[in-house]
Design a protein. Structure first.
Length: 255
């Protein structure tokens, strides 16, 4: 059973880096990482490969950033190869454009299973997987956190919905969007695997975005002010404090 799994990963500026700047209407940082939920998706693919080493895992990304370290990490974790689609610097690609690009590559690669995080760490649109499923005519499930191969054509998939968990049977080919769960915490690459990663193939594709028509232009990016003011209400009694609190809430037009 030589299944081919494609894992879509987005390379983002490290959301935990406090030293970011706003440049050309976009957030910039010296640190880039694989988007969190995409790492969870890669871990699920690797768990399947742990059980069947004939499975081939390809990580696929579209980026204008320095992808060397994030892709090297994905290969060190256990992916077999990577496909990197280079785009023009500062080009904001909307969902329509991204899925058009990915569709061409995925059709060439003939993946049986496509995994990706259910949202990205920067834009959180949650639209790539369903758009791709529609364009490729793949079966599709979201909020998944565990996968088991039932047979050559079928997966058993665990997913969450509200507070309930479902185990579903789904036929290949399939696209699954993945959420974080104790089942798929990303593994740490071993030193040996980090060294071997440099020998794994990275296929780079350039200029593919030249023929793509983009329908959304990014006009402005602003940093949200999340400062919180804490006011300590003092008084001789609970009743006095309550009156002061009500007065303050009315002043702020909360009540």
């Amino acid at each position: 059973m030589n299944l081919k799994i494609g894992v879509l990963v987005k390379i983002v500026y490290d959301p935990d880096d406090p030293n970011f700047i706003i440049q050309n209407n976009q957030r910039k940082s010296d640190k880039v990482v694989i988007s969190t939920y995409d790492e969870n998706a890669l871990e699920l693919a690797l768990k399947l490969k742990d059980e069947n080493n004939s499975i081939e895992i390809t990580v696929l990304t579209i980026t204008d950033k320095d992808y060397s370290q994030p892709i090297k990490k994905a290969l060190a974790m256990g992916a077999d190869k990577a496909i990197v689609i280079n785009t023009t610097k500062n080009l904001f690609l909307d969902t329509y454009s991204i899925t058009n690009i990915l569709t061409k590559i995925i059709k060439d690669q003939k993946f049986d299973i496509i995994l990706t995080g259910f949202e990205s760490a920067d834009w959180s649109s949650r639209t790539i997987a369903p758009y791709l499923a529609a364009k490729l005519n793949y079966n599709y499930l979201t909020f998944c956190h565990f996968i088991k191969i039932k047979d050559n054509n079928t997966l058993l998939v665990s997913k969450n919905f509200n507070d309930d968990e479902y185990i579903l049977e789904i036929k290949l080919p399939v696209i699954l969007s993945i959420t974080t769960h104790p089942n798929n915490i990303p593994r740490y690459p071993k030193v040996k695997d980090i060294m071997l990663a440099s020998k794994k193939p990275i296929i780079t594709i350039s200029d593919i975005t030249n023929s793509i028509e983009n329908y959304i232009d990014l006009q402005k990016t602003e940093v949200v002010n999340n400062e919180i003011e804490c006011i300590i209400i003092e008084g001789d009694s609970p009743q006095t404090k309550a009156k002061i609190l009500v007065s303050k809430l009315k002043e702020l037009k909360i009540i």
